[in-house]
Design a binder for this molecule. Structure first.
Ligand code: M6R
Length: 617
């Protein structure tokens, strides 16, 4: 949550910061603000609302000169979203300015102490407390900014990625991290530096970056190489400079109206990228270094515990069906947040698979840290390369979906399922729990999935038409069974998060135990009724809905005639192995929620109250 970005060097800082904030807006959009240093003064502008509001405010109020500055886009934690609580924040003297992503948990105690020492506070934020604590340490101890930040951070409890600037020493930034991500872009010969929550704000300027690790503090001075120290013991750390693979095209809309639509349409390529080099269907081989190197650990596991949140948790539920069916390994799927706090029984014989698109989700991260402490082997399934979860896990595999910017997860989900299917098949093959013939059929069918998704995307107009009929409904029900029960949950989540229509996902057979009471002629019900997945039973459920006048939108296998006669609308998916159907049934549900949200004029890419990367517990 919250995006931070900054620049120090020889270029004009303003366009770099404002464009960077637009790219980071997916991380929070309650408010936006920036500072610019013009060689004499710090100019600050901040406002409730979006980066576009900030741009307007700046055009009318401040000049945009200066080669140093930083900005922030906020997902509010402490203090309501208003102009005053927006970042950056000044210290009492206004010599120091700070931007912060995270939470300072003991801010109240520190604040009271600072008030006793004469400090006053303009905002309700924990961040203003931190910048004043740094100022107080600097004053009391007579130390430089870097040291003062280090001492102050040793006094705080919480999570942070911060950038601090001191007007009296205007050639440096002090950057520090614990829990929240921060990347530092390094210009040629250290003539300029960029800081940001992810590399997207500086990708067109440099491909060289350092990702700070937890409890590290960096001092960035123009003309000097970056200096990194451990916050706790002051020891020096070698800067691990990585070469970034990201390119500008990947983070732009490329002619689509919304990132979400672009990302839905990217799925054939994203799924191919997930299995590229791993799936060798003709040879009957699945090659995955992270699995190959640890295969015994996985095969001998008592059970696999999958942790994730939101959409990633849904992908975990699909994996539960796959792992148990294909590899006959017992699986439990847990919300990161619940798992972390319920004193679960974990042994050294357990394997934990953590699923996360961003690799930064605090609940998932906390869960895997605990599992590691208890001796479990932790395997990560992440999209963002070099993310905290990717680094924290014992081994892992990237989904290679490319940047996902729309807050609603789409290609992240299908690529997670692709990767988890490959793992299930690999384990099943090694254990001999599925026949050679089934294994080979799966491999060949998997290769065909991208083309089948491509075909499905051609029915976009039909789905748009269905959306136009039901866009004003106030409730939706999504039903599925087996592999497609999690898809029903995911379809409901997609609709509620971007259209704000209440939607529930249920196992189809559970309908009669409660939700059936909701059904009347105003209730649209999306039912996934693929040919092999308990088909007859689901058809009976559809009949039960029909006899209560519910409106049925059925997702069926190509050529189905039975459901066609009963349902109000039928969406056909190409035939495939039942275990692979979630990769297809998901697509029309994504499109349905997308079109409904657009028709209702909702902000599809940045739905209210949400953020892409949830770095608070
Ligand atoms: O980055 P992660 O996959 O760990 O994120 C987990 C959830 O916050 C995320 O899937 C969220 O539910 C999406 N907005 C759903 O579309």
């Amino acid at each position: 949550m919250c995006g931070i970005t900054g620049y120090i060097g020889y270029r004009k800082a303003y366009p770099i910061i404002i464009n960077g904030l637009k790219r980071l807006e997916y991380r929070g959009y309650d408010s936006a603000g920036l500072i610019l240093y013009d060689g004499k003064d710090i100019k600050m502008a901040k406002t409730k609302g979006k980066v576009s509001n900030l741009e307007e405010k700046i055009t009318n109020n401040i000049t945009t000169t200066g080669n140093i500055g930083f900005g922030h886009t906020r997902w509010a934690t402490h203090g309501i979203p208003n102009d005053i609580n927006s970042h950056p924040h000044f210290s009492e003297s206004e010599n120091l300015a700070i931007i912060h992503n995270g939470i300072i948990e003991n801010y109240d105690t520190i604040k009271k102490e600072l008030i006793n020492r004469g400090y006053t506070f303009k905002s309700d934020t924990d961040t203003e407390v931190l910048v004043n604590l740094i100022e107080e340490v600097k004053k009391q101890k007579g130390v430089k900014l870097g040291k003062a930040v280090q001492i102050a951070l040793n006094e705080v409890v919480g999570a942070y990625a911060i950038v601090v600037f001191d007007k009296t020493k205007p050639n440096e930034f002090v950057v520090a991290k614990l829990g929240s991500p921060i990347a530092i872009g390094i210009g040629e010969d250290n003539t300029e530096f960029f800081v940001a929550s992810d590399a997207s704000p500086f990708i067109e300027y440099t491909k060289n970056a350092v990702y700070l690790e937890d409890e590290e503090l960096a001092i960035i001075k123009v003309g000097k190489s970056i200096k990194i120290r451990k916050i706790k013991d002051d020891s020096l750390v070698d800067a691990n400079i990585l070469e970034l693979k990201l390119n500008l095209e990947q983070i732009e809309k490329g002619g689509y109206d919304h990132f979400m639509l672009k990302e839905i349409y990217e799925q054939p390529k994203a799924i191919t990228d997930t299995f590229r080099g791993r799936l060798l269907a003709n040879k009957g081989i699945i090659r995955m270094a992270g699995i190959d190197d640890n295969i015994q650990r996985l095969l001998n596991a008592n059970r696999i515990i999958i942790v994730g949140c939101g959409t990633s948790w849904h992908a975990g539920l699909v994996a539960e069906y796959l792992f148990e069916d294909i590899a006959r390994i017992p699986v439990e799927v847990e919300y990161g947040s619940e798992f972390r706090y319920r004193n679960p029984i974990i042994t050294e014989n357990d394997v934990v698979i953590a699923i996360s698109q961003s690799g930064e989700t605090a609940d998932t991260l906390a869960a895997i840290k605990m599992a590691k402490e208890k001796g479990a082997f932790v395997f990560g399934v992440c999209n963002v390369v070099g993310s905290s979860i990717a680094r924290e896990t014992d081994a892992g595999a990237y989904t290679h979906a490319g940047p996902e910017i729309g807050v609603a997860s789409t290609k992240a989900f299908t690529t997670q399922i692709t990767l988890l299917t490959l793992i299930a098949l690999k384990l099943g093959e090694a254990k001999g729990t599925l026949s050679k013939a089934t294994y080979h059929t799966y491999l060949q069918e998997m290769e065909l999935i991208p083309n089948k998704v491509e075909t499905l995307l051609t029915i976009n107009d039909k789905i748009k038409y269905i959306a136009s009929i039901y866009k004003d409904a106030t409730n939706f029900l999504y039903l599925g069974r087996g592999f497609n029960f999690p898809v029903a949950l995911e379809g409901a989540l997609k609709l509620k998060e971007i259209s704000y229509i209440h939607a529930e996902g249920y196992p189809a057979a559970e309908m009669k135990h409660g939700p059936i009471a909701l059904i009347d002629e105003n209730m649209p019900i999306v039912v996934i009724a693929t040919k092999k997945g308990h088909y007859e039973k689901v058809v009976s459920n559809i009949q039960e809905i029909k006899s209560r006048d519910g409106k049925i939108i059925a997702v069926v296998t190509e050529g189905d005639t039975t459901v066609k006669e009963i349902a109000d609308h039928v969406i056909e998916i190409p035939e495939t192995e039942e275990g692979l159907t979630p990769l297809l049934t998901t697509i029309p549900l994504q499109l349905l929620s997308y079109h409904i949200a657009v028709m209702l004029n909702k902000n599809v890419d940045q739905p209210r109250n949400l953020a892409k990367s949830v770095t608070v517990e």
